[in-house]
Design a protein around this ligand. Structure first.
Ligand SMILES: [Fe+2]
Ligand SMILES: [Fe+2]
Length: 135
């Protein structure tokens, strides 16, 4: 799989969100590299926990913006966040169990989810916030 990397084409034009996305993509890429190096699930545990923690922090940031600026698309946006969070928790559970049959390719899911979510859903939020003077 190619690297999971943030670049300017993924900017949503809100500095705080872009900065968090950069970190989120970097954490996801660490998981990709670990999977490609065939690490055992338990060896990935700390990195998966860090990814889950940071994801929670990032989603809470966006949800705070949506709430503060009364964003009409908030419910649908939160549903998408939940889809990612549930997959992350499943993967964390597999790592905790040190399941040698770990077959879910979570990094591949993340790559497509992150790119699609940021390019579509988060950019819509960014444009809305820009119109309200947030940058
Ligand atoms: Fe989002
Ligand atoms: Fe986001």
């Amino acid at each position: 799989m190619t690297h999971i990397r943030w670049d300017e084409s993924l900017s949503v034009s809100v500095a705080e969100i872009d900065e968090q996305h950069r970190r989120l993509f970097a954490l996801a890429d660490t998981l990709r590299a670990m999977r490609e190096a065939c690490l055992a699930p338990h060896e990935m545990l700390a990195a998966v926990e860090e990814f889950c923690d940071y994801t929670r922090h990032h989603f809470a940031t966006e949800e705070r913006y949506m709430d503060a600026y009364e964003y009409a698309g908030m419910d649908a946006h939160i549903q998408e966040h939940m889809r990612c969070s549930l997959r992350a928790v499943d993967f964390l559970g597999q790592c905790l169990a040190d399941d040698p049959q770990l077959c879910e390719d979570f990094p591949a899911f993340l790559k497509s989810w992150l790119e699609a979510h940021v390019r579509g859903t988060d950019m819509g939020l960014g444009a809305y916030l820009n119109r309200r003077g947030v940058a």
